[in-house]
Design a protein around this ligand. Sequence first.
Ligand SMILES: C[S@@+](CC[C@H](N)C(=O)[O-])C[C@H]1O[C@@H](n2cnc3c(N)ncnc32)[C@H](O)[C@@H]1O
Length: 528
Amino acid sequence: MPSNHKKKKNRKSSSTHPFKEQTDEPSPSTVIDEPVEDRRTEGKPYLVKRSEEVGRYIVASRDLKASETIIEVLPLIVGPCAESEPVCLGCHSTFESGSPIYKCKFCRWRICSPKCTGLGVTGGTHRLLECIPLRDKDVGRLLDTSSAAQARLMYEAVLTLRCMLLKSIDPERYARVLEMDPLNAVRQQIPKLWSRNQREIVGRIRDEWNFQEFSEQELHTICGIIEVNAFEVGQEPVKARALFPEAYLLMHDCTPNTGHTDAPRTHRLTVRTLRDVKAGQPLTLTYAYILQGTLKRRQHLKEEKFFWCSCARCADPTELGTNCSALRCAKCQRGHVLPVNPLDQQADWRCQLCSHTLPCEAVVRLLEQLFQALEAIDGNDVDGFERFLQAQASVLHDNHYLALSAKHSLCELYGKIEGYLVPQLTGEQLKRKETLCRDLLEVVDQLEPGLSRLRGTIMYELHVPLMIEAGQLLQCGLIQRPELRRRLKEVQRLLRESERILALEPEGTPEYGIAEAAREALKNMGPV
Ligand SMILES: C[S@@+](CC[C@H](N)C(=O)[O-])C[C@H]1O[C@@H](n2cnc3c(N)ncnc32)[C@H](O)[C@@H]1O
């Protein structure tokens, strides 16, 4: 799953969302929102509540300050992602092509090295859980003869198997996994999903791998628990997902008020507030990508997490004034085309100026076409992204999420890749980097205000052109000392804020590296 609570706009909605503004009329959520008895939350910064629409969720038990740690927990279990490329069953790192092939001496599944610390009983769960059962049932042989697609599905099934093996090896931990909601009743109504799980996970583990001791029902329940509650963890080259106690209770919001991070080796999860949260307010994180439009985000949440989001951002056609789903009107060429009702996936889209209307299907087709065009651009192709932005300028609002995606790539490429390294950038390219960073920051300030990782990294990127430009302008005599000072103050502010945000990341992560670089840059700047 992979963030805040915005002041709610007055809006009419039949939603029983716990965020819904309290009115005199009792709504289902106000009637049934009751604290859930849980002695384990005593003294914690949150309380567990329950509502009909959201299930259990947590709220601040007192006023919280930005950056307070609200949850810090080790995973109950970690394992390969869905349809995972082969990963080491010890540490879940992916393999570079051509790297030496090592296999576990017992089960014959691939590992990164016989010395991988994740194999041992203390550093990981492979030897403790599936290694010997996989050896006894000779599953490694099946892996050796399977196609790449089948192998990906075998890796996917490993996490379900691990959870099931906890049942006898660590019943207490298994019981904590079972506290999570598998949403069986909802998922069972999705035949495509249920039958895929039956075929690829439940049947595979029971029939192909011969673990008949686990019933179909309990395997489906574990599949659901993983689908609904797992967090993606790990930093390149590690790619895994994990179940965490407590953190699974965080409800989703598309403008979240918490952010999370996991430590490199242990995957210890830390959830922090991104900004101040008042006692009683729900603590939320985003299960979706922040820079994605409502139509896509809601579809993703429905398909992957089984609910229609109706948060303030989703309910607002302008997405909190950012217009990050807005199209330019092909008819009047001035107005913005927005969904008439963003909480209805089938609703028409209409120009705010001339009322020109598009059926939703036409918008979906257009977005898919543009998404494919963006996907086809090589990740290092600066000209490609620039051409995309130019070509779509008459179709997409400047803040449209597809434009933002291209801008985000460019903002990172200018200054980082050969031909565009900082000393190689022309004045025009430096200005371009500045504009791109400012465009992105303006949107992220609305959608994920506070101590968000995305804000921290963009601020760091923005300080580069500003600092260089200030020096160059002074050298050419185009600005005087007072203006230089003003400009350097802005650089200092950006570096300080970036450092404050990214220093919250675990040591050893790229983001923590940026915090260190920001600290160093501030030191080198000296007093301004
Ligand atoms: C990780 S679980 C959260 C804990 C869960 N509510 C429980 O009682 O165990 C995710 C599920 O909670 C519900 N949920 C979370 N955020 C929601 C939201 N904003 N609106 C509706 N349902 C939500 C959905 O059913 C979702 O699949």
